[in-house]
Ligand binder design. Structure first.
Ligand code: NAG
Ligand code: NAG
Ligand code: NAG
Ligand code: NAG
Length: 341
């Protein structure tokens, strides 16, 4: 009788410990392997238009349970890469999201780039007096390596939105030829839809034409969505007045900063306010706001250098190309997102 009683004293705690270990293992494995939330990385070149797109993603995550922004990667473009890094820190401070890791990327193009026109100011953010911000240390890993690693870690669940020169993304594809197909989607904001009368190179495409060629070479429409600037200019014609007096009147800290960051570019564009990067983010947030067409998309490297090409009747399309976007839905999305802080 006494011996049996003693055994039970040992057996019960042992069972409890074993159960706890099992429960812990099950929960741990589930959270590690099956975190279902979609992830987002933004590869950007530090202008006020990039700031709008980044704030959109951060606010959409917070207020609308949107994809989790797991990294920002920097690339040369509007301004040099070290200025892009500075601007990334400022943007994350304003959004109070210093926890988002920053991976620094390419400072130059593969072969040659074009000159920036400093459309958003020499510092990319309106050349204002710089507000106080808490410095954020960059991660050790290069942006391209981080993109490759994150695409494998979150296979099928990571969306990458590329709104600068395309050097980092092309490097990632060269490091891992399966990079594009591991992503949920790659959104690229670059190029125009050209016709015989319209042969101007778009900034992001021309900035690193070889990188653009690498991204579109061998891509599949289910992996690659291209948002060219010309259809945005045609269909998403937002009035300067709406930008200043409706969107710009939202009394949030983020909007106050955006008004400063766009101080130089809003008057330069008036009477319309048409930017590519926020439109790319809008399409990534809700792609049913846009009409897409299958295309064989590429870019000129010698003759017509930096000029993107589309064949909408090709039997072997390699990309889904945005053809138009609903202006009122776009404005509504911006207004809804920026009304939250
Ligand atoms: C980068 O751009 C900033 C702002 O225009 C400038 O002050 C800085 O000297 C540049 N840095 C390099 C390394 O070119
Ligand atoms: C395009 O892809 C093909 C194979 O799919 C390859 O032979 C060629 O070198 C690639 N071109 C570029 C510019 O990457
Ligand atoms: C996305 O856009 C479509 C078409 O404009 C709209 O009907 C739908 O409600 C939007 N979805 C979200 C989640 O905003
Ligand atoms: C577009 O693709 C179609 C079908 O493959 C082809 O017949 C046509 O020549 C291509 N057009 C151009 C301009 O390359």
């Amino acid at each position: 009788m006494e011996t049996k009683y003693k055994n039970i004293i040992y057996v019960i705690p042992a069972l409890l410990v074993a159960t706890a270990v099992c429960v812990f293992l099950v929960l741990f494995l589930r959270s590690d392997g099956k975190d279902p939330r979609p992830k987002l990385v933004i590869d950007h070149d530090g202008g006020a238009d990039d700031a709008i797109a980044i704030f959109m993603a951060l606010l959409y995550e917070k207020a609308f349970k949107g994809p989790e922004v797991i990294a920002l990667t920097t690339v040369h473009g509007n301004v040099n890469e070290s200025q892009v890094f500075t601007n990334t820190q400022r943007i994350l401070n304003i959004a109070d999201r210093q926890n988002v890791p920053i991976y620094r990327g390419s400072k130059t193009s593969f072969i040659s780039n074009i000159e920036s026109d400093y459309f958003f100011g020499y510092d990319g953010l309106g050349d204002n007096e710089v507000e106080e911000y808490e410095p954020i240390e960059a991660q050790d890993e290069h942006a391209a390596m981080a993109l490759v690693r994150l695409a494998r870690k979150y296979e099928g669940r990571l969306t990458v939105v590329a709104i600068g020169a395309l050097t980092n993304i092309a490097l990632a594809i060269k490091l891992d030829p399966r990079f594009r197909s591991r992503l949920a989607q790659l959104y690229v904001g670059a190029g125009h839809i050209h016709d015989e009368n319209y042969k101007e190179a778009e900034f992001n495409a021309a900035m690193d034409a070889e990188a653009y060629r690498i991204i579109t070479n061998g891509s599949k429409p289910e992996d690659l969505s291209i948002v060219p600037f010309s259809p945005i200019r045609k269909s998403v014609t937002v009035e300067t007045d709406w930008r200043l007096n409706v969107l710009g009147a939202i009394p949030s800290t983020v909007m106050q900063y955006l008004n400063k960051f766009e101080r130089l570019s809003i008057p330069a564009q008036a009477p319309q306010w048409v930017l590519l990067d926020p439109a790319v983010m809008a399409a990534a947030i809700n792609d049913s706001m846009a009409d897409w067409k299958m295309s064989y998309n590429s870019i000129g490297l010698c003759e017509n250098r930096g000029i993107a090409t589309n064949n909408f009747t090709s039997e072997k399309p390699n990309a889904r190309v945005l053809y138009s976007m609903d202006r009122d839905e776009y404005k509504q999305l911006l207004y809804n997102i920026f009304s939250h802080e």
